[in-house]
Design a protein around this ligand. Sequence first.
Ligand SMILES: CC(C)[C@H](C(=O)O)[C@@H](O)C(=O)O
Ligand code: SF4
Length: 473
Amino acid sequence: MSEGTLYDKVWEEHTVSELPTGQTQLFVGLHLIHEVTSPQAFGMLQERGLDVAYPELTHATVDHIVPTADQSRPFHDDAAEEMMAELEQNVRGSGIDFSDPTSGQQGIVHVIGPEQGITQPGKTIVCGDSHTSTHGAFGALAFGIGTSQIRDVLATQTVAMEKKGVRKIEVTGELGDGVEAKDVILEVIRRLGTEGGVGYVYEYAGEAIESLDMEGRMSICNMSIEGGARAGYVNPDETTYAWLKETDYFRENPEKFDELKPYWESIRSEEDAVYDDVVTIDGSELEPVVTWGTTPGQGVGITQPIPAPEDLPEDKQDTARRAQEHMRVEPGDTMQGYEIDVAFLGSCTNARLPDLRRAARVVEGREVHEDVRAMVVPGSQRVKAAAEAEGLDEIFEAAGFEWRGAGCSMCLGMNEDQLEGDEACASSSNRNFIGRQGSKDGRTVLMNPRMVAAAAIEGKVTDVRDLKEVTFA
Ligand SMILES: CC(C)[C@H](C(=O)O)[C@@H](O)C(=O)O
Ligand code: SF4
């Protein structure tokens, strides 16, 4: 078992008791909630006549079902309006802070927590959402939980969990031009598989990770779950602290920053920490990675051939065959030139300000291909406002992108932003399962934001490094 890692230390720090089931009862530092997974849990609480134990440690947003074209109330979709109204009632009745669409702070739950400074190193963070792993970028222990656990956290601010092993994923070297955090995590999942992380929490380390900005670290931790890991984290460092200092919470409470920093330093994994497994990847060898199939692990370097199913491990061959049929790709081809109908720049993986900036630099002075429907859905209202303040909206709109309101949108198509028929989509999101973007015949190709921009312009999957006049500084 691991020893001396951030995971071990933060776990220990939050342990309330060891349960007879072998699980640990953990205190929860921050409980994030959204409209999809919380209603039932509130219902169970009400049935038992219980109140929310620590509303001040709970924060709500609305993200999955919000329309991104017109967010005025009532939402014109009745089901969406109903979910919104139910969330409003639940949070207002319990005194929970709510980043609602009128607050200027609404957005995808994994974008707004960090933004507001409530995501902090050494905290335990839970949310009824699998991509809660995102918050691990700050050195928090962040887990997605199910409905009955949401109920437990609402009622007691604790949750029962099983301790996992820690796998260190060391990414050495410097990433090449046009290679991003998204490519690192797609490569990790390609190599280790979508089940490879089962039983583990991933610690990301090494020069390539340390030199990433916080947004890049979030993109990586976000997709830990696609790699099968229970959570993912990066040890906090000066990059983390500098980012936190600029958030609302620490601007309003500067003394808290000085008070907490020694704790943040103390929870970093020790030099001689013991891991259950270590995997090393040479970051300097990576290129932009895109998916060719229908799981996030079915990825390939942009200049590399799509694998033949028979060359894959036996247990992967059948799914690969079916995926290639669905996607209509041929082994031996590269993904370059794969025609797309839709370009989606959004989601909790890649819809933060630096993501939009990098994509805008590619788009600037070009036009979206005439056969492509392209949209930018900022991860939060703040990201949107910040992007507008630097004129990114104008760059995207001038090129022919739609500039939308904040939400999950076409990442999973729970609102009206969906693929139609067998449309193919170049997407900066994290999941490419069949039907994920709202149409059972839809085809999703996952990639980094610059690659989405390049695909939108060219109308096909394109190596962004081949576009003229694109600089990667
Ligand atoms: C709706 C929610 C439960 C779901 C999740 O947990 O991940 C969603 O966010 C997703 O990305 O599929
Ligand atoms: S953006 Fe996508 S992955 Fe993230 S929380 Fe929303 S639906 Fe889930």
